[in-house]
Every structure is written in C-alpha cells, then in structure tokens.
Design a protein around this ligand. Structure first.
Ligand SMILES: Nc1ncnc2c1ncn2[C@@H]1O[C@H](COP(=O)(O)OP(=O)(O)OP(=O)(O)O)[C@@H](O)[C@H]1O
Ligand SMILES: [Mg+2]
Length: 323
C-alpha cells in the first residue's frame, strides 16, 4: 500500500445511467495504473461493474463462490470475497463481485429482524439496533480491506434503498457523477439531503470528493451551461475541474469487458480519468492549503440552499455550437 490509510470512495447518484459504473471502473483502473492497489465493490444487483471485468456473477454463484450476497447475509469479510486478475492488473486490482439476488437483500434482512423480534425476551424497541447493525454490514466487511488496498471503490444501484445506505455508511468519500443529458436538479437535492442525513446519523467522517461531469461535450451549449450551473449552485470547489468527454467508445467497453486503459490507441477518456485521480489525490493531500481545496459538505449544502434552484433548458441550449 502507498497511502497511509485506505480510502473508501463511493459513486453515488440514485439517477439511473449517469455514469456511476463507468466512473467506478475507470477510477479503479486509473488508481491501478498509477501504481495503487485497488478493490472495486459492486453493490448493484445489475452487476454491471462485475461483468465489465469479464466476470459472470451467475457462474460464480453456481460454482458456490462468494459474492456481496454473503457479505450482507453471512457477514463475510470482503477480503474473503475479492477476486484478483493476476498479471492483467499487476496483481493490484480486485473485484468484490455482485449478484442479481442483491435485489432481495432488503426484504430478506427485514425478515431477519421480524424473526429476531419474535424470539422470547426481545422487545419491539430493539428493532432500531438490528437495523443499524444491518446498515453497518458492508462497512464491517470492508474493514478487512483497510490496510490491504490503497483505495476501495464502491459502485451503487440507481436508488436510495438499503444497499445505497450501506455504501454511504461504509465510505470515507463520495463522488456524485452527473451526465448533462437527463440532468435532474431535484434528484441532486434529494441526494445531498439524504447523504447529509446519513452523515449526521451514521458516518460523520463521510466527505464530498466532488461532482463529476461525464459524457460531457464541451461544444454543446447545454453541457457547458449545466457545468456553469452546477458550479454556481454547489460552489466552485464542489465540482471537479476534470470532466469526462463523450465518446461512443466508452459504451463499447462493457461489451469488450475491458477498461479504458486497455486500448491502443488510447482513449482520450483514459487520460481524463488519470487527471481526475490526480486531482483527487492532490486536493486530498494538500487539504485546505491549495487554491482549489476540497469542498466542505456543510458549506456545499448551505450554498446550494441559498442559491436559486431553477434551471430551465431553453431551445437554443440544445443547439450544438461549432466552437
Ligand atoms: N463518456 C461517455 N461517453 C459516452 N457514453 C458513456 C460515457 N460514460 C458512460 N457512457 C455510457 O452511458 C451509459 C450509462 O453509464 P453507466 O452504466 O456508467 O451509468 P450508471 O449510473 O452506472 O447506470 P445505472 O444507474 O443503470 O447503474 C452506459 O451505456 C455507458 O457505457
Ligand atoms: Mg451502474
């Protein structure tokens, strides 16, 4: 390990298709490329992050191999679940695979509480303690990776259910990925409010790393307007200076089961994800002593609340300029 302490980073946004998985994979691969040891944890029942590395979750399951399902149900340590790739990533990249049955974890754990509460000697008031223990299961499991890897990246499903909560409880940092297409301000406000609540109740050390604009076309008016709007709304420091450019080649990665760094000639996005990771390391290591310090979540939330929230798309913004 190169970092003094393992950093756990979650990609969070309940909106579907805003670049969570693409960013999770590419950030993990970028840290790996820079010589850091990384584990990628896939909490999404869709398992896109797992399959993107060429791992088939159904095959694993049928062979009786462990997945995140065992983390939530059997309280298994992530170190026992992670899968390596040998030489492919210099033995420094691991995936903690997902499973489609993660969909059922919420109801299944609720049932566990009902059973526990029906045992003699238990009281209804104990329900909160059970629930809180369940919310901390991912965190406790990932504890086994602290000191083992430099970075743990968590990919999440597109909702604010239990799996998302567990990911936010487990993390040190969160990144909010946003695509200009389908930009949803109200959703962002709900997200930041939810995260703030989780921070107050369960994970006071959770910090915002930044809002990441992906699938970004500098020449499109709408895209740059949204960039400007996000900076105004959440504050300069809350939005990463690095953006990830739009390219159909990014979509092909899921099909080929490769990362953005495994192609010749290199994708422009490979360099962009490297600079994103450098931006993160730089800001985190220099603390408040840089021109562009990491955002303070309280200030971001305050700033956002004080800034008018209307963002309307005018027809001219949808035109692609030639500049
Ligand atoms: N820079 C990019 N340029 C073009 N397409 C992109 C880019 N980044 C991601 N995509 C594509 O956009 C789609 C959505 O991205 P992704 O799967 O990462 O989002 P997600 O937030 O994880 O979605 P879900 O909420 O369903 O898990 C994918 O098809 C992906 O390949
Ligand atoms: Mg995804």
């Amino acid at each position: 390990v190169k970092f003094k302490e393992t950093q756990v980073i979650v990609l969070a946004n309940q909106k579907g298709g805003c670049g969570k998985t693409t960013s999770a994979i590419s950030i993990a691969a970028a840290f790996n490329k820079l010589g850091y040891s990384v584990a990628l944890v896939d909490t999404d029942p869709q398992c896109n992050a797992t399959t993107s590395f060429g791992i088939d979750p159904d095959t694993l399951y049928n062979e009786g191999k462990l997945s995140l399902l065992d983390v939530y149900i059997q309280k298994r340590a992530a170190i026992d679940v992670q899968i390596g790739f040998g030489d492919r990533f210099d033995n420094r990249l691991f995936v903690v695979p997902g499973n489609k049955n993660l969909n059922a974890v919420g109801p299944r754990l609720d049932l566990e509480i009902q059973v526990a509460l029906s045992a003699p000697g238990s009281a209804e008031v104990d329900a909160d303690d059970y629930k809180n223990e369940q919310r901390a299961r991912l965190r406790n499991s990932i504890e086994s990776l602290r000191g083992v890897h430099d970075v743990v990246i968590i990919d999440t499903p597109p909702n604010l259910d239990l799996l998302m909560t567990t990911a936010l409880v487990a993390a040190d940092w969160f990144i909010i990925p946003v695509f200009p297409s389908g930009f949803d301000l109200q959703g962002l406000e709900i997200l930041t409010r939810t995260i703030n609540k989780i921070r107050e109740k369960y994970n006071p050390s959770l910090q915002l790393a930044g809002v990441l604009l992906g699938n970004y076309d500098k020449s499109a008016k709408l895209d740059s307007q949204i960039h400007g709007f996000l900076t105004t709304k959440f504050g300069d420091n809350a939005v990463f200076q690095t953006t990830i450019g739009r390219s159909v080649r990014m979509r092909e990665l899921t099909v080929t089961g490769t990362t953005v760094f495994e192609h010749e000639p290199a994708h422009a996005q490979a360099e962009q994800f490297l600079s994103l990771v450098r931006e993160m390391i730089n800001r985190a290591s220099k603390g408040q002593n840089t021109l562009n310090p990491l955002p303070k979540l309280e200030e971001v939330v305050e700033h956002a609340a004080a800034t008018p929230t209307t963002f309307t798309v005018s027809p001219d913004m949808l035109e692609v300029s030639n500049g």
